[in-house]
Design a protein around this ligand. Structure first.
Ligand code: NI
Length: 172
């Protein structure tokens, strides 16, 4: 395994549409393993392959219990809508409020090509949407209703206000 460089949001690669994965080979497995290591090192919640310069439909999401490997992921069901703070490993130091579903179900393939479904709510649903957007060249800053300053939650002791926790804490 090795970490890969995360592209900045000004890189034109992040505006391209990623291609469907049809070969579930060693090269894919290497990409997945590298992305997981890169995500751990960056202390993020999710990472999409275009962020490391590979235009393939591969996403890693840390749902709090495990690192989900989502190949060719699609949102097949979603419920509700809520505005919440969001950031991106490709946009260090930038945070904004984005509307996302409260709950989402994703259909994807594993590293061997087997289909499976997984659901998530709150920050996990948000992350599914954010990372799948990356596969279509969409960045969170395109969807932001207003940019926010990290200090808006840095000094906030409200235990219920936990959404930003997953997305790159501002002091990193
Ligand atoms: Ni992102």
């Amino acid at each position: 395994m090795a970490t890969r460089t995360i592209l900045n949001d000004s890189d034109p690669t992040l505006r391209k549409k990623s291609r469907v994965v049809d070969r579930f080979d060693d090269r894919l497995h290497q990409l997945i393993d590298d992305m997981k290591e890169t995500l751990i090192e960056a202390d993020g919640v999710g990472l999409a392959a275009p962020q490391v310069g590979v235009l393939r439909r591969v996403v890693i999401v840390d749902d709090g219990e495990r690192m989900l490997e989502l190949i060719n992921p699609e949102i097949i069901e979603q419920e509700g809508e809520e505005e919440g703070p969001e950031g991106c490993l490709s946009s260090p130091g930038k945070y904004g409020m984005v509307c996302r579903p409260v709950w989402a179900k994703v259909r994807a393939q594993d590293r061997f090509g087997n289909f499976f479904e997984v659901e998530g709510e709150g920050i996990v649903a948000r992350c599914f949407c954010h990372e799948i957007d990356h596969l279509n060249g969409v960045l969170f800053k395109d969807l932001v209703t207003r940019m926010i300053d990290p200090s808006e939650w840095e000094d906030d002791d409200d235990e219920d206000y936990t959404l930003p926790e997953g997305y790159e804490p501002p002091d990193r």
